[in-house]
Write a protein that binds this ligand. Structure first.
Ligand code: 5CA
Length: 165
């Protein structure tokens, strides 16, 4: 076994590492001594552009009550009307308790995969402009790098436009 990390990951980050491992990707979750709670903090922590940070935003279908995950570039704000048109249902921003119940993770650490329940997933097309992006890995100081094409594949995400133009 080739274990390169120096200290064990926290349990929440381990769940994300296991989900990545299940897809056969040689990606290591990194837990940092600094906060990656926001896209700006995460970009600063790993030394990338804020647009390369993947925000894993949970919305709730207004009619169905079902969760929808929108993986958004850290440079963008989701226009809920634009997103709803592509999802096919009016959306509202989810409450923190709902996010925790459906994903199994707390806000600030919600990852794009490895959730407690399956969540239909959409991905901001702007993420595809980068060779590598960084996503949250279960805690507000854990992240992992991934090619956006791999992220799209392992989350089975539908690529969408999330901003108004
Ligand atoms: N770790 C970072 C970068 S990978 C991260 O998780 N960023 S995030 O954008 O995906 O997660 C924070 C998001 O959670 C915020 O953009 C905001 O949309 C949402 N959020 C923050 N506070 C609340 C809250 N009280 N209730 C619902 N959503 C919230």
């Amino acid at each position: 076994m080739t274990e390169t990390s120096s200290s064990p990951l926290s349990p929440a980050a381990q769940r994300v590492q296991a989900a990545l491992d299940a897809h056969g990707l040689a990606i290591r979750v990194v837990e940092l001594p600094v906060s990656t709670r926001t896209a700006h903090e995460a970009a600063q922590a790993v030394g990338c552009e804020v647009g390369q940070i993947v925000k894993s935003l949970v919305f709730r279908g207004r009619h169905s009550g079902r969760p929808v995950l929108i993986l958004t570039s850290g440079a963008n704000r989701v226009d809920v009307e634009v997103a709803a048109a592509q999802v096919g249902e009016p959306l509202e921003k989810a409450e923190a308790d709902f996010v925790r119940a459906v994903t199994g993770f707390v806000i600030g650490g919600v990852p794009p995969l490895g959730h407690a329940t399956p969540i239909p997933t959409f991905m901001d097309e702007d993420l595809l402009a980068y060779a590598e992006v960084w996503a949250a890995a279960g805690t507000p100081n854990a992240v992992f790098p991934i090619a956006p094409t791999d992220l799209q594949r392992i989350t089975a995400a539908q690529v969408v436009r999330v901003k108004n133009r």
